[in-house]
Design a protein around this ligand. Structure first.
Ligand SMILES: Cc1cc2nc3c(=O)[nH]c(=O)nc-3n(C[C@H](O)[C@H](O)[C@H](O)COP(=O)(O)O)c2cc1C
Length: 181
């Protein structure tokens, strides 16, 4: 199975990008091939640019989604919702409405935050947006990484064994669900 990982943070030392790397490690151990797409390469959405001759990065983004079997979104919560860069990326991918490359693509949502809530409100917001694009998402269990600033060691790996096991189990269960979809 091919997975496409998307981090909702462009920050170099992003906890969410580190969590994506940990999820990718679990997926690869379970036999998946994981690639990532840098949504920071996309221009701001402009419907005038969304015609026959789209920006190269948009063509690459839509093609990456089309080719993959499933998506893994790992994102921070910004002001109780998804970051603008992630909304922008989804907007680019979402056309034509209800018939886009996102339609029917199984997806997993993870979040990391320094807060105790772990980005849970971002997950609810993202689910609402994915529903508008007919993108199915894994329902339960949900995974949030709270106190993310204390969760990684100096090499950027998850430090807590129970968290690693919980993520590993979730990624495997998601892959089983996505393969059956
Ligand atoms: C513009 C902005 C808004 C934020 N809003 C929230 C928020 O609503 N909830 C939350 O838990 N953390 C919020 N944070 C803190 C982020 O969780 C924290 O910066 C986190 O490290 C970002 O993820 P990253 O490490 O992957 O870049 C916000 C941070 C920024 C920069």
């Amino acid at each position: 199975m091919n997975l496409l990982g998307i981090s909702g943070s462009l920050r170099a030392e992003s906890f969410n990008t580190k969590l994506l790397a940990a999820a990718a490690q679990s997926a690869e151990a379970a036999g998946a091939t994981v690639s990532t797409f840098d949504i920071g390469t996309l221009p701001l959405y402009n419907q005038d640019l969304d015609g026959d001759d789209k920006p190269d990065s948009v063509v690459a983004w839509k093609s990456a989604i089309e080719k993959t079997d499933a998506l893994v979104f790992v994102s921070p919560e910004y002001n109780y919702g998804i970051p603008g860069v992630l909304k922008n990326a989804i907007d680019w991918a979402s056309r034509p409405g209800y018939k886009s490359v996102l339609r029917g693509k199984p997806s997993l949502i993870l979040s990391a935050s320094m807060s105790a809530i772990g980005g849970a409100r971002m997950q609810a917001h993202l689910k609402n947006i994915l529903a508008a694009t007919l993108t199915p998402f894994y329902l339960a269990p949900e995974f949030v990484l709270a106190a993310a600033h204390k969760a990684f060691d100096d090499e950027g790996h998850l430090a807590d064994e129970d968290t690693i096991k919980r993520l590993d189990r979730l990624v495997r269960d998601f892959m089983t669900w996505a393969a059956a979809d």
